[in-house]
Design a protein around this ligand. Structure first.
Ligand code: ATP
Ligand code: MG
Length: 139
């Protein structure tokens, strides 16, 4: 059903470091079509809601403070096998372990500040896209 869509954010570190354009270019070059996109800054409360699944993890406070620390670019992307192919494009969570040519290898600075988010399942891609976008904002 929704297997051809994923959700991404360009995180505050990559925005601050001037990588929006390069990351969008890599996303386009990998064959993803942009269905929805916005430049926004989420509050701490919104970050806590978005990352609720990680509430019990020791890095939850650090993660949510970071994600609300500056503007991000949120987007819904479309491609065959979108969730898995996008996670291949972004690389491992820890940039030290990310493969050559991946977005995190090129632009992430640390495990906590790792440049991009990518949905981990079709189900979460829908939930995350709905968190940021109304039906009127998808094309
Ligand atoms: P994302 O959900 O952002 O795409 P991911 O799916 O690769 O990343 P998750 O396990 O969902 O990784 O963790 C969410 C985010 O929390 C990571 O991207 C990272 O920024 C942060 N994080 C994960 N583990 C740690 C950790 N041990 N210490 C600090 N931050 C962490
Ligand atoms: Mg995740």
């Amino acid at each position: 059903m929704a297997t051809n869509r994923t959700f991404t954010m360009i995180k505050p570190d990559a925005v601050r470091n001037g990588h929006i354009g390069n990351i969008l270019q890599m996303i386009n070059a990998a064959g993803f079509r942009i269905i929805a996109m916005k430049y926004t800054n989420i509050s701490l409360a919104q970050a806590k809601k978005f990352y609720e699944v990680h509430a019990a993890r020791p890095f939850y406070g650090e993660l949510t403070e970071f994600m609300s620390s500056g503007p991000i670019v949120a987007a819904i992307l479309e491609k065959d096998n979108a969730v898995a192919d996008f996670r291949t494009l972004i690389g491992a969570t820890n940039p030290a372990e990310a493969a050559e040519g991946t977005i995190r290898k090129r632009y992430a600075t640390s495990l906590g500040e790792n440049a991009v988010h990518g949905s981990d399942s079709d189900e979460n891609a829908v939930i995350e896209g709905d968190f940021f976008f109304s039906g009127l904002e998808r094309f």
